[in-house]
Design a protein around this ligand. Sequence first.
Ligand SMILES: Cc1ncc(COP(=O)(O)O)c(C=O)c1O
Length: 393
Amino acid sequence: MKNKSNRLGFDTRAIHAGQEPDPLTGAIIAPVYTASTFVQDGIGENKGYIYSRPANPTRLSLEACVADLESAETAFAFPTGLAAAATILELLDAGSHIVAHDDLYGGVYRLLADLRPKTSGHKVTFVDFSNADAVKAASTNDTAMLWFETPSNPLTKIVDIRSIVEIANTVDALTVCDNTFSSPVCQRPLELGVSIVMHSATKFLNGHSDLLAGIAAVSPTAPEGIADRMRYLQNAVGSVLSPNDSALLLRSLKTLPIRMQRHCENATRIANFLSENKTRLGLETVLYPGLPDHPGHAVAKQQMNGFGAVVSLLVEGGQERADKLLQRTNLFQFAVSLGGVESLIQHPASLTHATVPVERREAVGVVDNLVRLSVGIEACDDLIADLEQALLA
Ligand SMILES: Cc1ncc(COP(=O)(O)O)c(C=O)c1O
């Protein structure tokens, strides 16, 4: 694409990468190719498309745009984040050993702890990835994959990406980083040596809470053949994003940089406000990687360009007070998910992490008085006033 390469700024590429005006009409936004099949010119002769599962022009534009933003060799779009995760796991042979973060989105935990051990014989060791020594101790020459989120869901633990890559390289394992909480605006793990980045694109990448989608983006420095294998697997398991959702997501990416900037500004102000007023507002802990007292702040500062928009709180008064808070906020609506322009508040122990066994949840800190905020891009004064009135009520 003329003048639309990696050399241009991130914000420019978010608008243009992978996209050309329609050659037939000049329409600045290419038409959405909803066709399931493509007329062939002869045996083995076509215009590059046969059937929309292996390749669809609208999906390919989206995949090219995300690949560019994540500094990937290539990216693949799936119908959900979990579909992306499940397809990445198909890269592994039966019986493979995986070392995974102990603080992961509940659905990914379910795949790793329950499903794959039963269906593929995967052996999964869960450790705290914010402690590189624990990851090192758990990784052996038989380890095939290291899987983590940073910041993690819901405790916002920060993983030192470079250290994990170093450990993976010594045991010759693939690394998978779930970049959902950061988006490529705030963090680009592939540039730090990670093999594959995944996303629940349902979240910040889309940003408007009106579709489900997933992404797997493969590094140009990943072991040879991984990108081709992912392409093969996406088609073989038939896990593809629809053309209409691809077009919506492509549109959303155009505003990703300005949305993220505002998300991060609002979250920083809110985290500071809550932290400075902890006693008055009845809060035990405010977890946000942008706060200087967050255990991962120093590492986050090194590897992130912004600290994201998820703020987790431990409230005084146990689950009862958490429940009251969830019901008393007005602008922060009580709903799962995150990353939309509207602010949300939710209760991980009973919702996003309900699939994690209670002993495990409590051992890692997903306790009953934990509440997770997804800070939107509304006027920040309104958001602060909403939280303050709900906490003081
Ligand atoms: C960090 C993270 N990864 C993966 C997923 C799964 O994505 P999806 O809901 O799009 O399947 C989620 C969903 O909340 C998530 O928060």
